[in-house]
Design a binder for this molecule. Structure first.
Ligand SMILES: Cc1cc2nc3c(=O)[nH]c(=O)nc-3n(C[C@H](O)[C@H](O)[C@H](O)COP(=O)(O)OP(=O)(O)OC[C@H]3O[C@@H](n4cnc5c(N)ncnc54)[C@H](O)[C@@H]3O)c2cc1C
Length: 495
């Protein structure tokens, strides 16, 4: 038995003294699964991952156990990867250290309190979003949060990645929903941020935790706002438009006039083909959903129609709203969908697909879109292998919107080379063009481990603040090594 194995066995024995034996998993399949996330899904499915597997996956049952585990890891310099629903897309769960504990919060899954009078709900961080949503729907309320991963993602991950849902134009992103929370730092300190409607008690410390991607602290409890739900009033609108620019102009008109449809999206024709092949007619697709009390829905609908009328020269035609309603009903991914995709890759696929989501102001977003598409088509050496290249804007704000680039390709190389030959160069073009024009390289998936090479460019002089947070809260650097913050050791996996 070599010394590495002895060290790992000693760690597992120690951890079993902190929690009970049945809370510690060390079988090879579980560790292989825990060594990465959906970022390198093809290499993972083909079993050619080259990064270390973690030492153990641990399932704490409460904040006290999380505290003991973090203190142990901190004292012994062991990497900690916080884990929730495992839907991370940017390498946030990938392990780059020989000694690592994956701390999985999914056994902390109690809905602690639903408080309709004060319009908030408190959950342990391992509660699945779908489970809280189902409970709220029974009493006429909603979380307002609906990422496509809703059936699987849990609150720890949702908060930690600054996730956003399909109805964000009305309800906001997770950062607009979190009222208070509890989190544990590597030195064992437990902080509780209290639940108040607003305060001016110094900087908003929730934002140190929201989006930390497991690099500063472990989230154990979350309180979120809840909303009254009026599903019977929902109205859908769909149009075919001539180009992305017109679609974005209509979105801008609706939002800047003060309307808040819950859904406001424009798809490029290539992306529209994936979603609306039965009616898109080679055009861009523009969709809206209005929800809320009847009067608001009616006014929002009128606002949408007025905006469409203003840009009618670029609008090809309106489509049956039922087509849009039907599409929404099958949009979310379940665990089964995720598993089926992986199985497809194991069985036969030599094909993969990715997304890179960026944001910018209204003026810039179309320029970014055009520059990116142009560069990928003309500069990328494997452009002939692309089976799809396009994008959509799906989250809009008073001062701008996002662009969700989508690209699929045939894999004509060994599985271990896929990311270097295909995904990385395409993602690099998207990030470069976005940063060059002043946008943000990551609208909602987080930085993870595969966009950290651009973190300093993303934040520029404000990187000082990000770096100082890491030094203050995680001085020994045990929290999710390689996430957000660039590290030399990561380069071999990235390029
Ligand atoms: C099919 C699919 C659709 C998606 N759609 C969307 C979408 O519409 N909108 C969107 O925003 N995202 C989307 N995502 C991305 C992903 O679902 C989100 O990032 C989600 O918030 C991750 O939650 P999770 O519970 O799965 O977290 P995990 O994947 O387990 O972890 C994500 C990150 O959070 C950290 N983390 C996890 N738990 C904790 C904790 N308790 N404390 C501290 N850090 C923690 C992890 O270390 C990791 O870096 C999608 C992903 C998939 C696979």
């Amino acid at each position: 038995m070599n010394s590495d194995t002895l060290v790992k066995e000693a760690i597992v024995a120690d951890v079993k003294k902190i929690v009970s034996e049945d809370q510690v998993v060390t079988d090879y399949e579980a560790l292989y699964d825990a060594s990465s996330d959906r970022y390198r899904k093809y290499a993972k499915a083909k079993r050619v991952l080259d990064n270390p597997i973690p030492t153990a996956v641990v399932y704490p049952k409460n904040a006290e156990e999380v505290k003991e585990l973090l203190m142990y890891a901190n004292e012994n310099g062991i990497n900690v990867i916080p884990r929730s629903g495992k839907t991370a897309t940017e390498g946030g769960l990938e392990n780059w250290k020989d000694l690592a504990l994956v701390i999985d919060g999914s056994k902390m899954n109690k809905i602690i309190k639903i408080d309709p009078y004060n319009m908030q709900a408190t959950v342990e961080a391992g509660v699945r979003l779908q489970d809280l949503e189902d409970e709220l729907r029974k009493i006429g309320y909603t979380t307002g949060h609906s990422p496509q991963s809703k059936p699987v993602a849990q609150y720890g991950g949702l908060v930690s990645t600054r996730s956003i849902g399909q109805f964000s134009t009305l309800y906001g992103g997770i950062e607009d929903m979190v009222v208070g929370l509890e989190c544990v730092f590597p030195n064992g300190h437990i902080s509780r941020i209290k639940n108040v409607s607003r305060r001016a008690g110094g900087p908003d410390i929730r934002h140190i935790v929201i989006g930390n991607e497991g690099t500063l602290c472990y989230i154990t409890e979350v309180t979120v706002k809840i909303f009254k739900h009026y599903p019977d009033n929902n109205k859908f609108f769909g149009y075919l438009v001539n180009d992305v620019e017109t679609g974005i102009k209509v979105l801008r008109e609706v939002i800047t006039n003060g309307y808040r449809p819950s859904v406001a999206r424009t798809y490029s024709p290539e992306d529209a083909r994936q979603h609306f092949y039965h009616f898109y007619e080679d055009k861009c697709v523009l969709i809206f959903m209005a929800e809320g009390p009847e009067g608001i829905v009616e006014a929002t609908g009128k606002g949408i129609e007025e905006a469409v009328e203003k840009f009618k020269d670029g609008v090809y035609k309106q489509v049956d709203s039922q087509l849009i309603a039907n599409w929404f009903n099958q949009l979310n991914w379940t665990q089964q969908t995720i598993d089926d995709e992986v199985q497809g890759m194991i069985d036969n696929d030599k094909h993969d697909g990715y997304t890179t989501e960026v944001s910018a102001d209204w003026e810039t977003i179309t320029k970014i879109y055009n520059n990116v598409i142009d560069r990928i088509r003309n500069e990328y050496p494997r452009a002939k292998d692309l089976t799809m290249l396009g994008g959509h804007s799906s989250h809009s704000y008073i001062n701008g919107t996002n662009m969700y680039f989508v690209y699929n390709y045939d894999i004509n190389c060994e599985p271990e080379d896929e990311m270097r030959i295909y995904h990385h160069p395409i993602q690099a073009i998207i990030v470069e063009e976005t940063l060059k024009l002043g946008g943000s390289m990551c609208h909602h998936h987080g930085i993870g481990k595969y966009r950290n090479e651009w973190t300093k460019q993303e934040h520029q002089s404000a990187y000082y603040m990000l770096e100082t947070l890491k030094e203050a809260f995680d001085p020994k650097g045990i929290m999710n090594y390689g996430n957000i913050y660039p590290v030399q050791e990561g380069y071999k996996y990235q390029k």
